[in-house]
Write a protein of this length. Structure first.
Length: 256
């Protein structure tokens, strides 16, 4: 089996500051990778490099495309990379407002992604939007309401619907439950876990919340000062951390 995403030696510096250094891993079809660490550990920089939002100074990001097999995303022409981000890739922002058009209706937000890949039949686009609102537990009757009228949790669910409507194979998530109330987080995590499993999605999730990776991730990478210092199966790393830094992260959660 070919890795869906193969990352090799990804490095990014900001002047003298190291964002991430020499990060390598493979992500397999249907697998969820969690990346954890404190603020400033490099996890968000790494995610930006993987998703094409930040250009790394070194390394390769190889994606197994549907039609041409493994390709180095960093070497793709910009139009090809943009199309990839609309079809096989998706990005869920921490703040839903960064991933939505707040002046467009809920249905319009979901339908826009379909139209970006060629859908033109209004009835079919609207029907798909209504179906996806239902899938993320938003009343389809609110299809014409704007995101500004939604709660934070509903906005995040709408952003997820907008991202998944085109059936991507790889989803990048940046602190997907950050800033939400605990009860809202629990419902959103349950929703995400169900969607990931039913759709067979691969995902890379960045979070500081170990409960999120415990629930969603098959494997975990722990970052400190831009480097991956520990990696392995999620339960294995969280239940028996080998590095002192990981032990500190785990114990700080247990003490809360």
């Amino acid at each position: 089996m070919t890795a869906l995403l193969s990352v090799s030696g990804v490095t990014k510096r900001f002047g003298r500051t190291i964002g991430c250094r020499d990060v390598s891993f493979d992500l397999w079809p249907g697998e969820v990778m969690g990346i954890v660490g404190e603020s400033g550990s490099g996890k968000s920089t790494l995610l930006g490099c993987l998703a094409g939002h930040i250009r790394p100074d070194a390394g390769q990001v190889i994606f197994d495309t549907r039609d041409k097999g493994p390709r180095d995303v960093l070497a793709m022409a910009e139009p090809e990379r943009r199309m990839l981000s609309r079809t096989d890739w998706a990005f869920v922002h921490q703040h839903a407002r960064d991933g939505l058009r707040m002046g467009v209706s809920a249905g319009g937000n979901v339908g826009e992604r379909l139209m970006a890949v060629g859908a033109r039949h209004y009835g079919q686009v609207r029907g798909a939007a209504a179906d996806w609102l239902s899938r993320v537990e938003i009343d389809p009757g609110r299809i014409d309401d704007r995101p500004t009228t939604f709660s934070g949790g509903m906005q995040q669910r709408l952003q997820i619907a907008r991202n998944l409507v085109t059936g991507p194979r790889l989803v990048f998530m940046d602190e997907p439950t950050g800033g939400l109330d605990v009860s809202v987080q629990a419902r959103l995590l349950d929703l995400l876990r169900g969607l990931v499993r039913r759709m067979g999605l691969s995902a890379v999730i960045v979070t500081h919340d170990l409960a999120v990776v415990r629930l969603l991730a098959d494997r975990i990478m722990v970052m400190k000062d831009g480097r991956v210092i520990e990696a392995g199966l999620t339960d294995q790393v969280l239940d028996d951390p080998q590095e002192a830094y990981t032990q500190l992260l785990v114990s700080s959660v247990l003490q809360v």
